[in-house]
Design a protein around this ligand. Structure first.
Ligand SMILES: *Cc1c(COP(=O)(O)O)cnc(C)c1O
Length: 423
């Protein structure tokens, strides 16, 4: 049995995005601070042609309307957003920054970029930050003032409790929401769920092709803190009076007060990127529900498979299941490798996070430490944690076939002895 559909298929750009991009290219106004030629009908009343807002500014405003944040800055990547968030929050050369040991290399890299030094925290079998380990590391590293909390694959740690611990210990929280756009969090004592990204000083989202919105590359920093917004807008590359072209921005006086003290890192998003992203936002919730249908189906199909455990989500979280993870239990490293090899042969594009050339394995982030950190719990989990995307091109029978292949392979590699496994 061989599965033949690709797992890597990104979501297509909606027709409207293609139209927007074409119109923009004809106009040549790709730089976000070039005013855009929109026809008379779309021009807000009382605003002259010169003052029209660009695609990037409109995206920032629309993104804020979606997530409920006050301010947004459109950037070239989520890595840039995390870098700016840390600079804005005050990270200086040599400062320690707590972060997840289970995340993607862009996260510790952004800390290194900001001059910081990552201090890694353990995860648990549900891929969430281990709260006890966090408390212990705070005791061991009392000088560390920042936490860059990463929600890998949209798995949301107990951010309510984490925020409380941060407040008690004077630690500034920044949220890496790269892969969790559309996830909602509902505090026990509140009636309504809100978008993830409201617990920290800033939250950072990605528009890289494998995330919930797709422009190939792109990032958005959101915050409710005017000082962080001002720094991030300026440092992204807004000079002179250009900040006035931002719709989702704080008061002008705040920019004038600090603009001569903020460097320009040139991390802006181009209007072309923004033009293809904007039409994806109104479609997000429908897309999320398609993803979640597939996720729930897979969860049901996987139920009861030997050697497989699927992660639990916290009751506060409404997830976005555009990818699927599970842990292999009771298997040797050799059996896991054999399972992975056979899966690939049968067309299952699956990865193991803790594999020797995986960018999600902390042993491959040598640039970030002198000595390999001791993270036995994370190591044990991610070396047996499988991951694959669930593209929208998959249907129910695809999911059944994937499950069947995985079930059969697990059965095969755990019952045959190594010498006969390839027979
Ligand atoms: C993709 C991703 C990033 C990096 O985003 P870029 O836009 O590629 O810089 C960071 N963190 C997580 C959890 C991601 O999934």
């Amino acid at each position: 049995m061989k599965f033949t559909k690709p797992f890597s298929t990104p979501d297509p750009i909606p027709e409207k995005g293609i139209e927007n991009a074409n119109a923009l290219m004809e106009s040549g106004h790709l730089f976000r601070y070039n005013p855009l030629d929109i026809d008379e009908n779309h021009r807000p009343t009382g605003i002259s042609q010169e003052k029209l807002y660009s695609e990037a500014s409109l995206l920032e405003q629309e993104f804020c309307e979606y997530t409920g944040h006050k301010y947004a800055v459109a950037l070239n990547s989520c890595g840039s957003a995390m870098f700016l968030a840390m600079k804005a929050a005050g990270v200086e050369h040599g400062d320690g920054v707590f972060t997840n040991a289970f995340t993607f290399t862009a996260v510790p890299s952004s800390i290194v970029h900001a001059g910081g030094v990552p201090v890694y925290l353990e995860c648990n079998a549900d891929y969430l930050l281990d709260i006890e380990d966090f408390k212990q590391k705070i005791k061991q590293n009392p000088e560390v003032r920042y936490l860059l909390l990463s929600y890998m694959r949209g798995h949301i740690s107990d951010v309510g409790q984490i925020k409380a611990i941060c407040d008690d210990n004077d630690i500034c929280l920044i949220e890496d929401c790269a892969h969790s756009l559309g996830v909602r969090w509902k505090d026990e004592d509140s009636d309504e769920a809100s978008h993830i990204g409201h617990h920290g000083a800033a939250a950072c989202f990605s528009a890289q092709s494998n995330k919930l919105i797709n422009s190939g590359e792109g990032g958005i920093l959101v915050t409710n803190d005017p000082a962080i917004a001002v720094y991030s807008i300026l440092a992204a590359g807004s000079y002179e009076q250009l900040y006035q072209q931002h719709l989702a921005r704080p008061k002008n006086e705040l920019f004038e007060e600090v603009k001569r003290d903020v460097p320009n890192f040139s991390l802006r998003m181009s209007n072309l990127t923004a033009s293809i992203l904007r039409p994806q936002i109104p479609e997000l919730d429908e897309k999320i529900s398609s993803y979640n249908d597939m996720y729930t189906t897979l969860e049901e199909l996987f139920d009861g498979i030997q050697h497989v455990e699927t992660p639990e989500i916290l009751p506060e979280v409404s997830r976005v299941g555009d990818s699927f993870q599970f842990n292999l239990v009771g298997m040797t490293a050799g059996e896991i490798q054999e399972f992975l090899d056979h899966s690939h042969e049968q067309g299952i594009e699956m990865q193991i996070f803790g594999h020797n050339d995986n960018a999600r394995y902390f042993r491959n982030w040598k640039y970030s430490y002198h000595e390999t950190p001791s993270l036995p719990q994370t190591e044990e989990i991610i070396t047996a944690a499988c991951d694959f995307r669930i593209p929208l091109t998959f249907n129910r029978s695809d999911l059944s076939m994937i499950t069947e292949i995985i079930r059969d392979l697990l059965n095969h590699v755990t019952t045959s002895s190594p010498s006969t496994a390839h027979a």
